[in-house]
Design a protein around this ligand. Structure first.
Ligand SMILES: [Zn+2]
Length: 433
């Protein structure tokens, strides 16, 4: 078994709890240096002395995305501005953007966490790491970059898009590990095939997926298409970015680096803490961040924690299931809650289905209508009309079983839908709100 930092990665639960308690007190003390927490914690009479055990964290209020927006640009900064060496910001497509600040120590810690993830994925010195995630204010690209260098890999900071060049680089530089969104990986596999190439023409051995929720069926499909292992990387910019949790390869969830984050799962409606095994919204508290500590941050990502803490990989950090969806992604169609990932899961299990799809919502005579446009394989598309009709029925039936709603299915030729070059836009909602 490979470890980046064996001592911390194999720490026992008791020792870990003691470390968390000490770091939580330090975090609260640091948070009080920011105008936001000085007010919020002050109003609630909370200080480092309020924490005698880890359970005392529950007395602290949640921090929400809206609190970050309202704190724009600097109300959550807990150190002098001169100490900050980097900031990241969310895209801000829905209102005010949110900012996260880092000092040198924060970046050092983040780099270390990412290095742990990569070594856990089997990365070693000498690997060639093609980082196909966007660079910039978005943390996906830069987040893995420094950890990969720290491990000693040769990093190709190519970013997303420019697919032909990506594939050329696979060949020219012998890329062994790529970091990519699952939707873009599906598109790249189409282009590889169109160029008359196959995975045997490359030296790829690991795919690292991040930045988008996706289904287990998509992972299986991608593992078949590329004939390599695919591992999930989880993170969110408010918790630095990628590297918060990562799969160890035992296929039983992603280990959360609990020496750096306390993880809780809550009922998104009531805010009540849920027991391990129950699905809910994940909440994180930073334990080592200096420039911008966050206490009980509501991620809006939905998942569950595994009940067992031990794992055959030797790590005792709690494991998180794959992300089922985001509370913001949830669609309400005819009163029924639907996650796009449920639709994706069903589609990707059907062999005739290609690599791209789109969900359209509109309202006809006051009734929601959902149309799913599905690219199918070229062979099927140019096959017999009778077969196409059957396929349409099959997809309609599979979706109805899963989401309990009848959908219109439109079968499309490969390449008919706009391809993903990074984060995919799968849902087009034309309903008037
Ligand atoms: Zn493990």
């Amino acid at each position: 078994m490979n470890y980046w930092d064996r001592n911390i990665e194999t720490i026992g639960r008791e020792e870990l709890a003691a470390l968390q308690l000490q770091r939580l007190k330090e975090t609260v003390a640091r948070a009080l240096n920011s105008p936001y927490y000085r007010k919020v914690l002050g109003d609630n009479n909370l200080s480092p002395d309020s924490i005698r055990s880890l359970d005392d964290l529950r007395r602290f209020p949640f921090t929400a995305k809206d609190d970050l927006r309202a704190s724009y640009p600097r109300a959550l900064l807990a150190v002098d501005r001169e100490e900050v060496v980097r900031m990241h910001a969310s895209s801000g497509t829905t209102g005010q953007s949110t900012v996260v600040y880092h000092n040198l120590q924060d970046l050092e810690n983040w780099t270390g966490l990412v290095a742990r993830c990569l070594v856990m994925a089997g990365a070693t010195r000498g690997d060639v790491f093609q980082n196909m995630m966007s660079y910039g204010l978005f943390t996906g690209g830069i987040g893995l970059h420094y950890g990969a260098e720290r491990v000693g890999m040769m990093v190709i900071p190519i970013g997303g898009g420019n697919t032909h060049r990506q594939i050329q680089f696979f060949q020219d530089f012998g890329t062994t590990i790529i970091h990519i969104t699952p939707s873009y990986a599906l598109h790249v596999s189409d282009v590889i095939r169109d160029l008359g190439l196959s995975p045997d023409d490359f030296r790829l051995r690991v795919l690292i997926f991040g930045a988008e929720p996706y289904s287990e069926a998509t992972r299986e499909k991608l593992e078949q298409l590329y004939r390599v292992r695919a591992l999930n990387c989880y993170g969110l910019s408010e918790m630095n970015g990628p590297g918060v949790a990562f799969e160890c390869g035992m296929n039983e969830g992603m280990h959360v680096w609990e020496d750096s984050y306390i993880v809780e799962v809550i009922d998104p409606e009531s805010g009540d803490l849920l027991p391990p095994g129950d699905e809910g919204e994940i909440v994180f508290t930073t334990l080592t961040r200096e420039a911008m500590p966050l206490i009980r941050y509501r991620s809006r990502d939905l998942a569950r924690l595994y009940e067992r803490t031990d794992c055959s990989c030797g790590r005792n950090f709690r494991r998180l299931s794959r992300i089922i969806g985001r509370t913001d992604d949830m669609l309400i169609v005819r009163g029924v809650n639907v996650f796009p990932s449920q639709i994706e899961h069903e589609l990707m299990r059907i062999p005739e289905v290609g690599t791209n799809y789109q969900i359209l919502l509109d309202r006809v005579e006051n009734l929601d209508r959902m149309t799913v446009r599905v690219e199918i394989t070229g062979r099927t598309f140019h096959g017999e009309v009778g077969e196409l009709r059957l396929l349409k029925k099959k997809i309609e039936h599979a979706l109805k079983e899963e989401i309990l709603i009848t959908t219109e299915i439109e079968l499309m030729e490969p390449g008919a839908l706009p391809p993903s070059q990074g984060k995919a836009k799968r849902v087009i909602d034309n309903r008037e709100m």
